[in-house]
Design a protein around this ligand. Structure first.
Ligand code: HAM
Length: 424
């Protein structure tokens, strides 16, 4: 029996990996353009980092275990908690606001299905120490620019404010967390049970009406009617945010008061992006403003950010037929006959040193088998060197896309191959 990879994990072949790297590269480049700088944190963290606040959703989903020294550790289920830990120990000394991004694998013990894995990749961005409004607008603008840069157009961006519900539900944090959890899951039976336990059953209908409100600024009046006494500052904040986003060129924002988010640390603006082309797991991004620094023992500081699921971005890009830039092998060198062998290696070396990607026959195959192999690798040029080419100090270059073949000096091939990069 072949050994299977663990449930919910994925292998990525060369083509799939090239596509992943292409998207990752676009996201990195976009974040850099927005002034974010990359940081790295460990894949393995102390368990307590996540049990401090991440919420019932995530705690159950952790890959947690004791290491050989008996310490409780967990594979990171996300980046935010690690980044705030790093902020409190070190990054806080950097000039504020601190704008950082990270890319890497995260682990959640979930029930796997299409688009939902136990190991997946996140692209995460955070701003720590910028006032709420400009910080939130900047992270939303970055998230939308990332999607635009990848070429994904069919997305639904929904912006809400969890502070509205939090300030309305004046409950002990644990009770509030449970009510919000069932609202997030839209599990109204469990919500009813919870509210009954808290002797707040009258709140069920208003809360249900509130989380179903979606649209433009007009929903704020309805929201205030649904939950009389809800603090109006949240609505004013969302209006100002929409105005600031217009300056970024983001028009027609959709507000959705039902964005509750699965993680417990959010306190203010929350937002999500869906790709309607994906099935049940259509959320490609989630984020918002939060207060983890205080939970982890630090001073209050505004924090806001988001994470994309890379796997889901790729699925959304596929569904829309987005063409992603991928690099191809430039040259496959085919020396023909014994005397051409060492010239073949010389040509290979010169191509590689000139920055041209090049490969050579390692299997002692004949020219026609080598051409098949070069085609299978999707090389751009086959570089044939036989006796005639040796004598003339030229190479025969076959363009594998057009089939055209010509004898040219090596320098001309280098120039041609270099001139064609980057390409789709
Ligand atoms: P999250 O919504 O839990 O937020 O995850 C962010 C994104 O990761 C989701 O929108 C989704 O695309 C992807 N994702 C989540 N679970 C899975 C899974 N099992 N398989 C594949 N993709 C998945 C966070 O993680 C927050 N830390 C985001 C954040 C940063 N908030 C503030 N700063």
């Amino acid at each position: 029996m072949p050994i299977e990879p663990p449930r919910g994990t994925n292998d990525h072949g060369p083509d799939a990996m090239a596509r992943r790297r292409a998207v990752e590269g676009i996201l990195r480049e976009t974040a850099q353009r927005f002034g974010f700088r990359e940081i790295g944190t460990p894949t393995l963290e102390s368990l307590e980092l996540f049990t401090a606040k991440s919420g019932p959703g995530i705690v159950k989903e952790l890959y947690a275990f004791k290491d050989k020294g008996g310490r409780d550790v967990a594979l990171r289920p996300e980046f935010t908690a690690s980044i705030v830990r790093f902020y409190l120990s070190e990054l806080r000394n950097l000039p504020k606001p601190i704008k950082v991004y990270s890319v890497g694998n995260v682990f959640r013990y979930e029930e796997p299905q299409k688009g939902r894995y136990r190991e997946f990749t996140q692209f995460n961005a955070e701003i720590i120490g910028a006032p709420a409004l400009p910080g939130d607008a900047e992270v939303i603008a970055l998230a939308l620019e990332c999607l635009r840069a990848v070429g994904i157009k069919e997305v639904q961006v929904r912006i809400g404010h969890i502070g509205l519900l939090r300030s309305y539900l004046r409950l002990a944090p644990e009770d509030q967390g449970k009510v919000l959890h069932w609202l997030d899951k839209r599990n109204f039976t469990a919500l009813r049970e919870e509210l009954r336990r808290l002797e707040l059953q009258d709140l069920e209908d208003p809360l249900r009406r509130f989380v179903e409100l979606k649209g433009g600024v007009e929903i704020f009046t309805k929201a205030a009617e649904a939950l009389p006494g809800v603090r109006p500052q949240g609505f004013e904040y969302l209006r100002s945010l929409a105005a600031r986003l217009r300056d970024y060129g983001v028009e027609n924002v959709t507000f959705d008061l039902g964005v509750v988010r699965g993680l417990d640390y959010y306190t203010g603006m929350v937002f999500e992006v869906d790709s309607p082309n994906l099935g049940a797991e259509k959320q490609v991004m989630g984020g918002g403003a939060y207060n983890l620094a205080e939970t982890l023992g630090g001073d209050p500081v505004p924090q806001t950010g988001f994470a994309f699921g890379l796997d889901r971005i790729l699925m959304a890009a596929d569904a829309e037929g987005v063409k992603l830039p991928t690099s191809r092998l430039d040259c496959f060198v085919i020396p023909i006959g014994e005397p051409a062998q060492s010239r073949g290696i010389e040509v290979l070396r010169d191509l590689r040193r000139a920055g041209v990607s090049a490969d050579i026959d390692l299997a002692a195959r004949g020219p026609s088998k080598n051409l098949d192999y070069a085609n299978a690798l999707r090389a751009r040029y086959a570089v044939l060197i036989g006796e005639a080419e040796l004598n003339k100090r030229l190479v025969s270059v076959k363009d594998l896309d057009s089939g055209k073949q010509e004898e040219i000096p090596l320098e001309a091939l280098i120039e041609r191959a270099r001139g064609q990069r980057p390409r789709a």
